[in-house]
Design a protein around this ligand. Structure first.
Ligand SMILES: *Cc1c(COP(=O)(O)O)cnc(C)c1O
Length: 531
């Protein structure tokens, strides 16, 4: 159920090649009129004359030769046509038409004049010239193809992400299109008989976390800036985990230097190995994460290194496509709840933004209620929510297994509050024991989740327990990283080696002698328990 309908496949190869639907294109004499508002979706093609190759043939040839060259030819085939869509930076909370302060996406700017966050704002009136049915069909037609760059789950929504970038400048690993897993057994067995529970596996991705979705956008824009000869020689970030992995992979794919500041002796080998393998210039600095962050900010103010940290609003444009993808995977039916683990809190806003755009452009008629799930050891948003949004106080984040959300003073707090207030949202928290137990229970039903997903699953368990989420509510839990990145904590849990934790669902291996009788005894004991 709820998968992308096979009946839409027939117009796929044609529309996948049309990067920018042009409402005023007079060349397409033999084709149906362009799909303006109010019309249903016609089969659109970019082969203007009979002498042009069949789109399907072009696709095959492109895949065989060079899909990037093929995409550029299509993009530049009508050089006199203005690109009909655009986006720019505005201070957070302003919109495209009314903002008095705005910046081109080709400028290097991280904050507004007053120091507030920026937001990538789209020219909604030009997007609105096409109706919801048009956008749904266009996005559906591109899913899972090798057509550059639309085979990516992010770039299949290019017009809503970075409309003006040339396909030639895009750096993509065909990220996104992650599976939406029907968590049948987990729902029925562990969440009071829920039968419409889904896990969006965003972590089954190129570098193993959903940071890929945002990083393809940021690195593509930097690639464009470099091609435009802007003063950028590389990209830098301070991070211990997923951000540096994603940054170094995308930079490596494009041949852009990446510089990663890591706190010495504070990160695991698994966290260190990705940037090293991908050829990043890794500085191991004798300080903590905050110390690294401070240093890289100072350095990027002096040197032409683009700063890829989390206040960068470009990344959210990629992250928001996961929300659009969820709707698409449900055949544009809106789930009741979407639960997202939150640390720096850019992502809860990105999900809101994706859903809201789908509603505003009439792909769907409502948005889901959002839940942001925090680790109790790093829960400033939860505390703020609990005191009725009266006063926000940063906290000192304590160590948590959910290391990517161990943040006490989130940069995107404003964005998160906006998202939650406008989606009738809820904030929940998970203790270390709760999140590890939830992770282990999910794993025992066939998933292999990360601790952050354990935080989101705990929020689900609690809200279901309190009856806030109903037994029939269609609910999506966003899984943000691959469990294989976090084997250390799983091993500790299953060996019951975590201080002060029961590890209730541990499943340690049984030590047994290399002896038939001994093995039989152990197996009979096990089978006896099961029957
Ligand atoms: C970055 C990250 C998050 C949290 O996203 P924020 O935007 O910082 O709230 C959650 N899980 C994983 C695995 C991450 O890498």
């Amino acid at each position: 159920m709820a998968s992308t309908s096979a009946s839409l496949v027939h117009h796929s190869s044609a529309s996948a090649f049309l990067p920018i639907p042009s409402p005023s294109n007079a060349n397409h004499k033999t084709l149906p009129a362009p799909p303006l508002r109010g019309r249903t979706f016609p089969v659109i093609s970019c082969s203007a004359s009979p002498s042009s190759p069949e789109p399907a043939a072009a696709t095959a040839a492109a895949a065989h030769n060079n899909i990037r060259d093929e995409a550029i030819r299509h993009f530049h085939s009508k050089p006199n046509d203005p690109i009909p869509f655009s986006a720019k930076y505005v201070p957070f909370g302003c919109d495209f038409d009314s903002a008095t302060e705005s910046y081109s996406l080709d400028e290097i700017v991280y904050r507004s004049q007053s120091g507030s966050l920026l937001d990538v704002s789209h020219d909604m009136s030009s997007l609105r010239r096409y109706d919801g049915a048009y956008w749904r069909s266009l996005f559906d037609s591109r899913t899972g193809k090798t057509t550059w760059p639309y085979g990516s789950g992010v770039w299949s929504k290019k017009e809503w992400v970075l409309p003006e970038i040339s396909p030639d400048h895009i750096v993509s690993a065909f990220e996104g299109n992650s599976n939406l897993f029907w968590a049948e057994r987990f729902g029925k067995q562990h969440v009071r008989g829920m039968d419409d529970l889904w896990v969006k596996h965003c972590g089954i991705s190129h570098t193993g976390s959903f940071k890929d979705l945002g990083m393809t956008v940021l690195v593509s824009q930097v690639n464009r800036l470099m091609k435009l000869k802007r003063p950028v020689v590389g990209v830098g970030c301070a991070s211990t985990g997923d951000t540096s992995a994603a940054l170094s992979a995308y930079c490596a794919a494009a041949g852009i230097p990446s510089i990663v500041f890591l706190p010495a002796d504070k990160i695991s080998l698994a966290q260190l190995v990705q940037p090293i393998a991908n050829g990043a210039f890794v500085l191991s600095i004798d300080t903590d994460f905050d110390g690294c962050m401070k240093l890289i900010r100072e350095v990027t103010a002096e040197l032409p290194i683009y700063l890829a940290n989390s206040l960068n609003s470009l990344r959210l444009e990629g992250q928001k496509t996961a929300a659009i993808e969820i709707l698409q995977q449900f055949n544009w039916e809106v789930p009741d709840w979407v639960i997202v683990p939150g640390g720096n809190l850019g992502n809860i806003y990105a999900f809101y933004k994706g859903f809201k755009m789908c509603k505003d452009l009439e792909l769907v008629d409502r948005i889901p209620r959002l839940v942001c799930a925090q680790a109790a050891n790093a829960n400033p948003l939860y505390l703020y929510y609990k005191n009725g949004w009266k006063e926000f106080k940063p906290v000192k984040a304590e160590t948590t297994f959910a290391s990517a959300i161990q943040i006490g003073d989130p940069v995107s707090i404003e964005r998160a509050v906006y998202a939650l207030k406008n989606s009738d949202g809820i904030v929940e928290e998970a203790t270390e024991e709760e999140l590890m137990n939830a992770m282990a229970r999910a794993d025992s039903t066939g998933m292999f989740t990360c601790p952050h997903t354990g935080v989101a699953l705990t929020a689900l368990l609690k809200l279901r327990e309190r009856g806030v989420i109903g037994p029939r509510d269609r609910t999506v839990v966003v899984s943000t990283a691959h469990g294989l990145k976090f084997t250390q904590s799983k091993i500790a849990y299953h060996s019951k080696e975590i201080d002060g934790m029961e590890c209730t669902f541990a499943n340690p291996p049984v030590q047994v002698k290399a002896d038939f009788g001994a093995v039989m005894d152990v197996l009979k004991g096990y089978l006896g328990q099961k029957s």
